[in-house]
Design a protein around this ligand. Structure first.
Ligand code: ASP
Length: 437
């Protein structure tokens, strides 16, 4: 029988109207359905997510301040849902339990996980599906990493005999039973883990957009959506700032080759974006997507006969590593090397780093420049196509953009360029027009 894991984000379950849409989506699915839910999100741009309200309640409690008004606002969010959907659910009892914990033993992960817990309990009552408590089947090691073996086996044991279930997203527990959460947006990871545990046919991730866009809509007007993308392309684009779900959510399903389908709860008729092992549509377009990340600096180091000095690069990287500065790229010349680094980290220990470079590497010159943005042009299709670079750099030259650095990833599926901050919008639009218009 077909097995589907459907994860619904906060905006998909923000109020009773959204609950009904989600019910209709689930009931139209065939086979076994396992639903992973987030806490109620924003109903409008100025609204507050329940998880943020829970963080505020915890914050107030831990400072000895009054949190009852925040808890009352949370209760009202759920009351609207329970009342409108005529669900029999003892909300007051649940809210008092949270209040009791805030009073006697406030633990942040427990408190903020209640958004998902309550939503899952209410949604399971609404659908008549079994509620699955993640504290009993999603396990973390003492260092906060997922205990994968135990989690997959326990989750599988719980779900294999159920045709339908609702699982709360975002949290699990340590071995000693204490609640622990993933980082923010972590219900995406819960969904991916559930899909892996049951070896689902597909992991549907339902949100409020019809898939992933080929460029940032704040920069490019109405960019096309991506129909199909490979896990690797997605990884490149999300690392560079394009976000459609939690960055870590891809790994559990990727390892098992389970496709992800990003869908829109408000437009269920849209096909959304398919994230798959191999992007077979890649041949039709060289570029799948464009993404950019601001806040980089470059250090150009010049030294005559650098190439003969064994260990030069290792020493340079060690200097950055010992100061906790992340090095993104290291394009090299014969007697030059450039380190492209994260500006914030670099600024914090700039003078120490420069002193160490002078002392340990004895360079002829070091030139520091900041205010750079990295743009990644990603597509497995470019591996087989000629002229992609020509198109890219002609477009940038025509738009009068000065390219400050070029790095073609060793996978050959991305070209990364650095441009000045002020050229960012111009560059992305030029690239978009060249490949998508
Ligand atoms: N509710 C949590 C958050 O707002 C987790 C999630 O929505 O995935 O971060």
């Amino acid at each position: 029988m077909k097995k589907t894991v459907l994860k619904f984000g906060g905006s998909s379950l923000a109020d009773s109207g959204q609950f009904k849409k989600v019910r209709d989506i689930i009931l139209s699915e065939d086979g076994k359905t396992y639903v992973v839910v987030s806490a109620p999100g924003k109903r409008s741009p100025s609204d507050t997510k329940v998880t943020d309200m829970l963080y505020s309640a915890y914050d107030a409690a831990s400072r000895g301040r009054n949190y009852s008004e925040i808890l009352e606002n949370i209760r009202r969010r759920y009351l609207e849902i329970v009342t409108a959907l005529e669900i029999s659910f003892d909300l007051d009892k649940e809210i008092s339990e949270i209040a009791k914990r805030l009073e006697t033993d406030p633990q942040v992960d427990y408190v903020v996980s209640r958004g998902e817990y309550l939503n899952a309990r209410i949604f399971s009552a609404f659908l008549g599906f079994e509620f699955v408590e993640p504290a009993e089947c999603v396990f973390f090691n003492a260092d906060g990493t997922l205990n994968q073996d135990r989690t997959y086996s326990e989750l599988n044991k719980k779900l294999e005999n159920l045709d339908h279930a609702v699982i709360a997203g975002f949290y699990g527990a340590f071995e000693d039973g204490r609640i622990h959460t993933f980082s923010r947006g972590g219900s995406d990871i819960s969904g991916s883990i559930a899909a892996r545990a049951v070896n689902a046919d597909v992991y549907e991730n339902w949100t409020d957009v019809s898939g992933m866009l080929s460029a940032d809509p704040r920069i490019v007007k109405n960019p096309k959506s991506i129909e199909t993308i490979s896990y690797r392309e997605l990884r490149e684009l999300s690392y560079m700032g394009a976000s459609v779900m939690h960055e870590e959510a891809v790994f559990p399903v990727r390892a098992a080759g389970i496709p992800i389908n990003i869908r829109n709860t408000n437009r269920p008729e849209d096909r959304g974006t398919w994230i798959v092992s191999h992007n077979s549509t890649a041949g039709s377009s060289a570029v799948t997507g464009i993404a950019g990340k601001k806040g980089f600096s470059t250090l150009l180091i010049e030294k005559a006969m650098m190439n003969n000095e064994v260990g030069f690069v290792a020493k340079l990287l060690n200097i950055f590593a010992s100061r906790g500065v992340s090095v993104e790229h290291i394009p090299t010349g014969i007697d030059t090397i450039t380190a492209v680094v994260d500006s914030d980290g670099f600024k914090r220990s700039k003078s120490e780093i420069l002193d160490e470079i002078k002392e340990q590497l004895n360079p002829d010159t070091v030139i520091v420049e900041s205010g750079l943005v990295l743009i990644a042009v990603v597509g497995v299709g470019m591996v087989y196509k000629k002229g992609v670079s020509a198109t890219l750099f002609t477009a940038l030259a025509d738009a009068d953009v000065n390219v400050r650095m070029i790095d073609q990833g060793s996978s050959e599926m991305n070209i990364i360029i650095a441009v000045d901050d002020s050229d960012y919008g111009k560059a992305v639009n030029a690239i978009y027009s060249a490949f998508f218009a």
